[in-house]
Each structure stands twice: as C-alpha cells, then as structure tokens.
Design a protein around this ligand. Structure first.
Ligand code: SAH
Length: 220
C-alpha cells in the first residue's frame, strides 16, 4: 500500500474514533494524524493498524487502542518544554506520540526484545528526543528526575510510590489502576498541597509487573 493510503486511514481514525469521542487538544490530534501507527506493529497486521482496538505486538503484549493513546496523552497536558517518563515502551508508538509533543521522552520496558524492536522503528522514523532503557519501571528513572509528566501504559494494582516521588511540582502522572481485568484511568497531580487524584473512566491493560506492581507469577 502507498504511504498516502495510511495517511488517509490515520485521518479517518482520528475523526471517527478520537475527536468523535471528545478528545479536543489540537496538538494531540495532529500528532495522532502524523505518526505512522502501522510501522509499530507486525506487517501481517497492517490492514488492521487503524482499527478501534488493541493489537498484539509479541511477548503477550499489545499496542493500545488509538483512542486510549490519545486520551492518556491529552490527560498529560504536555508542553513542548516538558520531559516525560513512559513506563511500558511496548511497540514504541506511544513514545513517538509523546516525542511529537514534549522536549524529551524517557521510556522503559522490562522486556528487552520489545525495546530493541521499538528502538529500531523509532530510529528509522528519525526520532532523536527519545531515550530508552530496560528495567523495572515501577522504580522509575531516578537519575533523570524530576519529570513534568509520567505515563504508565500497563495496569497497576496501585500507584507506585517511586513514580509520584519523581514527579515535578505541577507534574501529572497518568496510570491505569485496578485489578487484572479492568482498571480506572487515573491522573495524579503534584501540587503544593500534595497529590490530587482524578478518575477518567474504565480501561483494560496488560499487567504492570514489578516491585511496586503485580508479582510475575501471581494470577491476581
Ligand atoms: N505503550 C505501548 C503499549 C505498552 S503494553 C505501546 O505504545 O505500544 C505494556 C508494556 O508494559 C509491555 O511492553 C510490558 O512489557 C511493559 N511492562 C510491564 N511491566 C513493566 C515494568 N514494571 N516496567 C517496564 N515495563 C513494563
């Protein structure tokens, strides 16, 4: 398929799935139209790249539904001077969206093979403001703190304390919190009066596994 086919598919995806459901931040909508989503998934699935659902990316992991990527990004209220931490690089797609909107993106995954594939795609698209690392993201990235924005793209049993500690004053942390099957999109804001929590509806993510997340072998 020629590239303009995918461009047209992305524009339709943004109009029918994202703007239609109330995401209105024009910078977020422009980034979702620009980043070539199909490049982040296996080529056998390219004809489904713009479907209104998550897709498998290997290692039992998924690239999130386009609407959820847009909604979480809008919740982060990014400025182009912000430094962002992402936990759960997966395909690298969300990292690319963040890199369009912020100064620098630090992104971590616990699975090295996924990170290596994401690095290849991000480099081939020319991103130079993304730094990657393998490790347990529930511990954050203390060497680079504080972050104006932190996004966790795996479902957590609770908000990991290291992440709120690494948030800048005025910073926003967006994270799905709940049980294994369903979570609530939660925004934690660090203010001079302490942490403020807001809920933004239901979602379903793969599990965040780590010291401040789920235990690897556990069923719940
Ligand atoms: N943001 C991704 C989707 C992520 S899927 C995208 O745009 O494609 C969730 C990812 O979280 C998986 O790749 C999984 O390996 C990772 N993950 C789970 N627990 C983690 C942890 N403690 N630290 C870092 N990554 C973790």
């Amino acid at each position: 398929m020629p590239e303009d086919h995918y461009t047209a598919m992305r524009h339709r995806m943004v109009e029918t799935q994202i703007a239609a459901r109330g995401v209105s931040d024009s910078r977020v909508l422009a980034a979702m139209k620009k980043v070539p989503r199909h490049r982040f998934i296996p080529s056998a699935l390219w004809d489904q790249a713009h479907g209104d659902y998550p897709l498998p990316i290997g290692e039992d992991q998924t690239i999130s539904q386009p609407y959820i990527v847009a909604l979480m990004t809008e919740m982060l209220e990014l400025k182009d001077t912000d430094r962002v931490l992402e936990i759960g690089t997966g395909s690298g797609y969300q990292a690319a969206i963040l890199a369009e909107l912020a100064a620098h993106v630090y992104t971590m995954d616990r699975v090295g093979s996924l990170l290596a594939q994401a690095e290849r795609v991000l480099a081939s698209l020319g991103y130079t403001n993304i730094t990657t690392r393998v490790g347990d993201g529930t511990l954050g990235w203390p060497e680079e703190m504080p972050f104006e924005a932190i996004i966790v793209t795996a479902g957590a049993p609770q908000v990991p304390r290291p992440l709120t500690e690494q948030l800048a004053l005025g910073g926003r942390l967006v994270i799905p919190v709940g049980d294994r099957w369903s979570q609530t999109l939660t925004c934690v804001r660090k203010t001079t009066e302490g942490l403020k929590f807001e809920s933004h509806g239901g979602c379903r993510f793969v599990r965040l596994i780590g010291e401040y997340g789920w235990q690897e072998a556990g069923w719940l």
